[in-house]
Design a protein around this ligand. Sequence first.
Ligand SMILES: C[S@@+](CC[C@H](N)C(=O)[O-])C[C@H]1O[C@@H](n2cnc3c(N)ncnc32)[C@H](O)[C@@H]1O
Length: 270
Amino acid sequence: MLTDREFNRIVFYVKSHYGIDLSQKRVLVSGRLENYLVRNGYAGYDEYMEKVEENPGGEEAKNLVNVLTTNHTFFMRESVHFDYMRAVILPQLKVKAAREKDLRIWSAASSTGEEPYAIAMLLMDYFGIEHSAWDTKVLATDVSTRVLEHAVKGKYLKEQIEPLPDKWKQRYFRPIGEGEYQAKEELKREVIFRQFNLMNPFPFRRKFHVVFLRNVMIYFDENTKYQLIKKIYDYMEPGGYLFIGTTESLDREKTDFQYVEPSIYRKQGM
Ligand SMILES: C[S@@+](CC[C@H](N)C(=O)[O-])C[C@H]1O[C@@H](n2cnc3c(N)ncnc32)[C@H](O)[C@@H]1O
């Protein structure tokens, strides 16, 4: 049984390190952690949390994140964003970045890779034979090492790649066994996966043209959400675009981002 005190200790730890607000998620916390503790021979939550708190960069802290994050995603989720990229943003960027030929696109909570791989396929498709002249590598980050390991392998079930256009499936995936497919090297090398906690200071040298920050702020409280939005704003090129989840929104009083259409925002400037 998870006591109030133990629950609050976990909630406090996860909130202060990762921004994730689990205060209303008691069933999720006990459901997911109970098994983990038993499997790993812990006598109770306190013994486990001692271990986590003793070394926040260590293995047990990593496992806590892997167990407590919710990583649901799928290929072509919120496909209106991909349509908008192709119809509006990429034609603009092709002109704007014509000299450098360097696009900086960040999938900031990339989970198991479906989002950044889809962006990468869209970019290759859009640029066609000109693609080799451009650097369009997508940066994909997530706080969970478990999902990143999955993403790097790039293995998906047949049903999972189903929403992709046939020509993308054929060109970028190869069958590797019973109902399973793997992203080809050609696709993999277009995505750079890194572990990154959005609560940490940003280490990036250059600003982004496009940021996908979809379906992650739902786990943060208001303050944390707008602090993160401010940091992202500062790390975007003038005129850069931000995508958030289609069920999310930004209050125009609390951000400098300009509203473009539901779930699509833009930094001022050109
Ligand atoms: C529901 S998934 C969203 C995946 C994808 N963006 C989409 O819309 O389908 C949310 C992801 O956010 C990640 N996440 C949660 N807190 C984070 C943080 N502080 N820093 C980085 N990633 C975080 C989780 O690990 C999870 O993989």
